[in-house]
Design a protein around this ligand. Structure first.
Ligand SMILES: [Zn+2]
Length: 343
């Protein structure tokens, strides 16, 4: 038994010395110290020895076990330190770059638009998305029974259990709601743009959303004419979409302007040749505009005989879609990073 233990120890130590890797070392451990390992079985055999021999052999067996365990430990340390040394690390090598985000396409076009209007003297204003019926409609020459209210499916806030008349508090349907608020506070001359979100009760599809961006702009000064409006809008569209963009205006009726126009620009997707986005016409409607109705000025206590102004409003989401040639407005509210990475 004594000899067997010595042999086991020597074999184990020489195996450990030769071991080339962690896995091999683990195999050696199991071979000797595992449940049915060589040393384990020998130790179990001690019980069968004559009782007077057991203590002496027991001490030896424990010593052998400890020596094997120590050798395994030392070898493992050695192997691990070698792994680190052999590992081919170039400490001057640049690391893996962390992904960096960028501004959302809406913000990118918004910033560009603000810059364009700033160069021609416009200020930027922000306003509440929860609005009163007065500023959203009445102050804009759209009384309660006006048929144009039907074209702006309004979302109303629940004012039950309050003393507010039902229907008076709404989610704004147009950024034009800020016209009255600004005209009341700031006296002309003034040039302002109001970018912001608006809400309508709409069936959502590729070209409609219940929540979308608008850009409102207006200028009030002395001797402002329709040609100032045409010049401003043409300048804006050419700056944003390129010098070769063509702009044309047609007559249109909006209650808060007189006369009213709609602006079309040559389709930026097909460069005016005709495609699915522009319904083969080569033109895309981008803005509603006109000379501010005298009633709107009077409501804000501005004398229409002294001051005139123009106003325009655009479905800004459509401008963004045209900038990036996106054919579905829902892309702009898609939070999927794979989608946003493309812009
Ligand atoms: Zn087109």
């Amino acid at each position: 038994m004594e000899e067997e233990l010595i042999n086991t120890k020597n074999t184990a130590l020489s195996f450990i010395l030769e071991a080339k890797g962690e896995r091999e070392l683990e195999e050696i451990r199991l071979q000797f110290l595992g449940k049915s390992g060589k040393l384990t079985l020998t130790i179990k055999g001690i019980a069968k020895l004559p009782i007077e021999k057991r203590p002496e052999i027991g001490v030896l067996a424990n010593d052998v076990k400890k020596q094997i365990e120590d050798a395994l430990g030392r070898k493992l340390e050695e192997l691990l330190s070698q792994t680190t040394i052999n590992c081919d690390i170039d400490q001057t090598d640049p690391g893996i770059p962390s992904p960096i985000g960028h501004l959302h396409p809406t913000t990118q076009v918004l910033n560009e638009t603000i810059d364009i209007f700033k160069t021609i003297g416009f200020q930027v204003a922000d306003g509440p998305e929860i609005e009163t019926d007065y500023y959203n409609f009445e102050a804009l020459n759209i009384p309660k029974d006006h048929p144009s209210r039907d074209t702006q499916q309004t979302l109303f806030l629940d004012t039950r259990n309050t003393n507010i008349t039902p229907g008076e508090i709404i989610l704004r349907t147009q950024t034009s709601a800020m016209q009255g608020r600004i005209m009341e506070k700031i006296k002309p001359p003034l040039r302002v743009i109001v970018p912001g979100k608006v809400y309508r009760y709409e069936q959502v599809d590729a070209s409609h959303g219940f929540e979308f961006w608008q850009l409102e702009g207006f200028m009030i000064d002395k001797n402002v004419t329709l040609t100032d409006l045409f010049g401003t809008l043409t300048y804006f569209l050419k700056q944003l979409f390129g010098e070769d963009t063509k702009v044309r205006f047609t007559c249109h009726n909006f209650p808060f302007v007189e006369p009213g126009v709609e602006a079309y620009m040559s389709c930026s997707v097909c460069k005016g040749k005709g495609c699915g986005f522009c319904k083969k016409t080569g033109w895309v409607e981008v803005l509603g505009a006109g000379m501010i109705h005298p009633n709107v000025l009077k409501t804000a206590k501005i004398d229409p005989k002294e001051w005139q102004g123009f106003a325009f409003g655009t479905g800004f989401s459509r401008i963004i879609a045209l900038t990036y040639q996106i054919n579905d407005l829902r892309t702009l509210t898609n939070p999927d990073v794979r989608v946003l990475k493309q812009f």
